[in-house]
Design a protein around this ligand. Sequence first.
Ligand code: BDR
Ligand code: CA
Length: 315
Amino acid sequence: MGDFAAQPVIVDCDPGHDDALALLLAAGDPRLRLLGVTTVAGNQTLDKTTRNALKILALAGATGIPVAAGSARPLIGELTVASDIHGASGLDGPDLDVPVGEVADVHAVDLMRRLIVEATEPVTLIATGPLTNVALLLRGHPEVVPRVRRVVFMGGSTERGNTTPYGEFNIVTDPEAADIVLRSGLPTTMIGLNVTHQALATSPVIAEFEGMGTRLGTICAELMTFFAATYRRVFGFAHPPVHDPIAVAAVIDPAVIRTVAVPVTVELAGAHTRGATVVDLHHRTGQPPNAAVAVSLDVDAFWRLLMTAVRRVAG
Ligand code: BDR
Ligand code: CA
């Protein structure tokens, strides 16, 4: 399949072990044209998430893709990073000593704006971190909104949280940004914990990465081994869920997930529930749907897409 059929996308991320796999999938699947990568503070501070994105793209041989750093903190309040899950670097585990490309001399929001304006067709934004950059783009540059096809984000849940009892990390980190995106009028797709907790990097998955026999395959195996240890320690999970690449997979092949069109509100005020996604699955609020919310995942199809892409970029 040539570039003519490839969907233009921008990935906004905070690598992050699962963001790293999301970048490899976005760079490695020929059905996507990765126009640029933008970074946000989340799993780690902005300098670290940006460096991590550059490293992963370098390992994927995708150094021609522009990378720009964006927001160093959420719209309101202070950043709390996820060192307990992703380590001090944000990508602890493997030795990622690799020569990296340059970070663009432009803010992430301005790079997104430029890439969207220059694109010949509407661009899909895939967000795998807090939605700070995306919200700033939509608020600061409303003229580009008609040129955004949709926003597909990993965040929230139809069930409970992972950072607070009811809040998922990306939404809890910047609830106001998520609120802006969900009320923007753009088509949105929410990939929440209710589906991402089905995509587990089990021992056979890690063995498949290792068995690729490439440096990148080994790095993926080592990333997942570190991730497994933190998920075991913090959550008692037998295997770690790889949240973020599901958002990319859902753009490559929408059949990987099943969605329902429902109203989603972000709790901004709750004393114990700030950052929770209130998903009206049974249409009790009478509000119009503002999101396609993933409710099931074709786990085998997802792993096939991811493994094929990692083999492709490493080969
Ligand atoms: C989300 O939070 C981060 O730790 C992961 O990278 C993912 O984007 C899961 O809650
Ligand atoms: Ca992430």
